[in-house]
Design a protein around this ligand. Structure first.
Ligand code: HEC
Length: 112
């Protein structure tokens, strides 16, 4: 009886793997690769920046700069976010370089 059950499980496993592996490779591999490559700047922004800059970048809480009117270049913004400026928090130890770059690129989209 036990042996039969083992055979049944084995047969099922082989069948399941044989039937599903080509499909699975196509559907699960892509999103995982995408996730690793690109940080979601919008997500970072909503998590760390909205408290002062607001969802649209123009809230200006505690004197935060209106990001929709920023004239800084991407590199200059990366510098402000990394090292802070006056009352703005430095994000150096908080966010990775990749996240800072992604969030700065997101702020570029807030411009009108
Ligand atoms: C604690 C409130 C606060 C938080 C949180 C904050 N900021 Fe700021 N931010 C400020 C203030 C205040 C200024 C203006 C600094 C000054 O007067 O020199 C500023 C300025 C900036 C500037 C410069 C704009 C310019 O054109 O001069 C950028 C870019 C910026 N913030 C991006 C961000 C990003 C991206 C985040 C999230 C990772 C963030 N900030 C989080 C308060 C904040």
């Amino acid at each position: 009886m036990r042996f039969l059950a083992f055979i049944a499980i084995l047969a099922f496993t082989v069948f399941a793997c044989g039937a599903e592996s080509p499909k699975e490779q196509n559907s699960t591999k892509k999103p995982a690769a995408k996730k690793k490559k690109k940080v979601d700047g919008e997500k970072v922004y909503k998590q760390y920046c909205v408290t002062c800059h607001g969802v649209y970048g123009d809230m200006g809480a505690s004197g935060a700069f209106n990001l929709t009117e920023s004239k800084l270049t991407v590199d200059e913004k990366i510098n402000v976010v990394t090292n802070g400026r006056n009352t703005m928090t430095p994000f150096k130890g908080l966010l990775s370089d990749a996240k800072i770059k992604a969030v700065v690129e997101y702020t570029e989209k807030l411009k009108k």
